[in-house]
Design a protein around this ligand. Sequence first.
Ligand SMILES: [Cu+2]
Length: 646
Amino acid sequence: MATMDVKIPETGAGWHPLDPLSARELQEAVRILKQEDHFGENVRIVSINLKEPARSLVEAHRPGSPFERKAQAVLLNRGKRAAYEAVVDLADGSVAAADKLPDGVQPSIMLDEFSECEEAVRRSPLFQAALRKRGVTDADLVMVEPWSAGLYGTELPEDQGLRRMRALCFVRSEPTDNGYARPLDSMVIVFDLYKMEVIRIEDYDIVPLPPESGNWAREYIPNMRKDLKPIDIVQPEGPSFTVEGNQVAWQKWKFRVGFTSREGLVLHTIGYHDGGVERPILYRASICEMVVPYGDPREPYYRKNAFDIGEYGLGMLANSLALGCDCLGVIHYFDFPLVDSHGNVTPLKNAVCLHEEDFGILWKHTDWRTGQSEVRRSRRLSVSFIATVGNYEYGFYWYFYQDGSIHCEIKLTGIINTTALAPGEKSPYGVEVAPQLNAPLHQHIFAARLVPSVDGPDNSVYEVNTAGVPTGAGNPHGNAFVAEETLLATEQQAQRRVNSATARFWRVVNPGKKNRLGRPVGYRLVPGENCPPMVQPDAAVMRRAGFTSHHLWVTPYHPRERYAAGEYPNQHPTGDGLPHWTKANRNVDDTQIALWYVFAHNHVPRPEDWPVMPVGMIGFQFRPDGFFERSPAMDVPPPAAKACCH
Ligand SMILES: [Cu+2]
């Protein structure tokens, strides 16, 4: 935590308008909210984050010059059952604005609420009676997993107006056992977070607990393989990057590392040093939303559709990373402070990891006549964080390369969600991964929000489809194919899906900046693994997850349009976000835009995903396309002789 003598607000040399709030600033925001009676008994802090200054102010900022520091707080008054948004001016020491949110808006679930819910459930006589009915004698061995409740139109009248969770239960056989091996599937605890009490317990057919344990902790694994020799990553002269505050410079790249309670890692003002100038590429980049729809239609499973970012907040769930385990080599860790719902500020050590990796070859050619051979090693810079969301882990990695490319990769691991099968039962909606243990089919659908600034703020997006030319007069041999570019000029024209049949990609250009070949400079959004949502368009979850109906959306840049499913997807009745905003069909040609790329990992589970799933990966690339005059990687020097086998 910062020391007490740091001046508030923190705007001196080395500070930048996009720096996340420091621990001192968070403490000050809590103090001001309390002083002005916005925070106190019965009021909980959902989140406090930097209120990012206007883009024009950020782009005009010069090091050392003063800037505003404002905090944006979301508060929940449990007594009044009302939510508020407040803006705290840290320079003035006052609350600049406080607005009540419309009735029914439920802010995201606070981390403290998970543990408070579990404790309250344990104390509940209803819960204890339900366990006795099922022959579970030790309540301490039951894991109570609160899930966001959503809104499906099938809620009971008495559920209206509540802040609900639906808790699922799993039974450990001993305190460190993997409880996910034994889902106690026949009961769901419906819980109200306002009163912190159990509303009711829904009873379903009692299915016996699956017979096998599924442990992963080292003490349970008796015969670890013994033939692994050490690999050490040695960087005797240190890393090739420099870090000043939250600014990173590496090779010709420069960007800022940010962090929010909702998105976790955010990258700002990504630029590339080329021809003596800093050329901007992306103003802001983050994974802004995700949803995991499950494909089992039965009660209670159809309600499993967690929006892990909008309903929980990945920053709040971020791991404190460990050297030598999560990251190898010479690491720079960024710590970020977090505020809990009671206003306590604690540092999250090692939240974001920055390091370099060798990544195979960058380029190579051998002249077979002369024998001249040139090969370059590819070095990439990795910026990442990992969040644990109940049973699952998500690692979010942004890689920067020496050829001007950026790669966003999400690593999925942890423990798959499980349900119990009766002996002999099979489910068409899941895969049996261990005897009587079912893993339902599901998708992990992510939305990246990229605010491009390709050589300047005003950009346009073209779709590029490669298509064969019909055999005929101009194409007598039938071999011709062309790459056709189509401008996506409006929001509705820009609602697109991936298409492997035309090798589709999208080109983000600056129409006002031509390269030496006469084309506008650009960057290419290259999709990776992807597929459409598998739920029906009229599925209840799609009211909130409408953003998943397209893989690409382009909107005019608007600082309040931040999250693909809107600000408050938790229990939202009709859905917000991209489907709502884009009805206006605004112009997105040659103006400040936001690019939203939605990508789905379709998870048909395997026995090999149990008990802890080996990492699965999904992502996309942002690669230069006419941005540079030629390959920007030619000046990378050859490997040092001692490291080379020739
Ligand atoms: Cu999965």
